[in-house]
Design a binder for this molecule. Structure first.
Ligand code: ZN
Length: 342
């Protein structure tokens, strides 16, 4: 008994000593130099290479595995893949694994000019994994990536569908699935693009100077109310477009807000406008086009409000943009919507 006891004690003591040695050798977590809130835990150098182009875009991914598992996978040369950042679902912890100045391997032909952010979770179970903490942490990181290069905040609005492949020139923050020639489907149909866009481009603090939007609420009337009503129609809400912020409009705004993780106060301000507006261009049709045409007529364009974005509408948009000091590309993005909203 004594021998067994001593042997058992000896083993435990050896283990304790070993643990103390490990503790003594553990360094405090290193901070990232690109993004100080992140932990620096580098990928294996066999899993990334030198940049081939300037950074212009951010790619949103889903790990299809755990946070810890993804980190260790990027440290394994068998992976042959990597990402600049990995974000934990439960609390939004950010780990940086590849310097932004290097080319991580995450989005094929687009690796050269993008920064890749992996979000812990599974495409098939978005409600369990895409938490508020993760959206918020990711949006803050994306704002930082864009701001440090003075890039515009052109976040995909989701309006063409979760798996659309819009041109790189229209949006500089897109999902893996939204880049050309990809076989992956992440971040999937459950990623809330209007919410993410609001968090990145809305006036919620931090990053570069965000646009400010008019506060529009119950009892207001006029063209900007009409725009909100058209945009709500565009998102599938049925209500009458009457330029009067009535109870039906307020209810639709609240429903839109609660379905996109925005505070459902029924007031359209700096957080809700960026989620509500969608990129509109020649060839488009529907309520968003009516919103644009009606706004242009407010400025004297004299075009038909028919919901069809043809050459006459494009010309009117360009004239409007020129008059407001915007780049006259004929595409109604956030900057143009913002000028019209005022
Ligand atoms: Zn991906």
């Amino acid at each position: 008994m004594k021998n067994i006891f001593r042997s058992a004690f000896g083993t435990s003591f050896a283990k304790l000593l070993a643990s103390l040695c490990i503790l003594a050798s553990v360094q405090p977590a290193l901070a990232s130099t690109d993004y100080p809130p992140a932990i620096w835990n580098p990928a294996a150098s066999c899993n990334y290479s030198a940049r081939t182009a300037a950074i212009s875009h951010v790619t949103v991914h889903t790990t299809q595995g755990s946070y810890a598992g993804s980190i260790s996978w990027f440290q394994n040369c068998s992976a042959g893949v990597s990402a600049h950042y990995v974000i934990r679902s439960s609390d939004g912890q950010v780990t940086q694994m590849v310097n932004e100045s290097a080319k991580a391997w995450h989005v094929g032909n687009s690796n050269g000019y993008t920064v890749g952010i992996e979000h812990e979770g599974y495409v098939a179970n978005p409600s369990a994994w895409y938490t508020t903490a993760m959206y918020t942490a990711s949006a803050a990181l994306t704002r930082d990536i864009l701001a440090s290069r003075s890039l515009a905040q052109k976040v995909y609005d989701g309006a063409s569908g979760w798996n659309a492949v819009p041109s790189d020139s229209l949006f500089n923050v897109k999902g893996h699935v939204n880049f050309a020639s990809q076989s992956h489907t992440d971040p999937g149909s459950g990623w809330d693009w209007p919410r993410y866009k609001s968090l990145v481009a809305g006036s919620t603090g931090g990053g570069s100077t965000p646009a400010t939007w008019p506060l529009v609420q119950y009892g207001n009337t006029g063209e900007r109310v009409r725009t909100i009503q058209y945009l709500l129609q565009q998102w599938g809400y049925s209500l009458t477009v009457n330029a009067s912020f009535d109870t039906a409009t307020q209810t639709a705004v609240k429903n839109f807000q609660s379905s996109h993780g925005l505070g459902s106060d029924g007031v359209v301000g700096n957080a809700t406008w960026p989620a509500l507006v969608v990129l509109t261009q020649q060839g488009d049709s529907g309520a968003k086009v009516r919103a644009v045409q009606s706004q242009l007529n407010e400025s004297g364009a004299g075009i038909t409000v028919d919901g069809a974005f043809g050459p006459a509408t494009a010309t009117a948009v360009r004239n409007y943009q020129t008059s407001k000091g915007l780049s006259a590309d004929g595409i109604v993005g956030d900057d143009t919507w913002n000028k019209m909203a005022w």
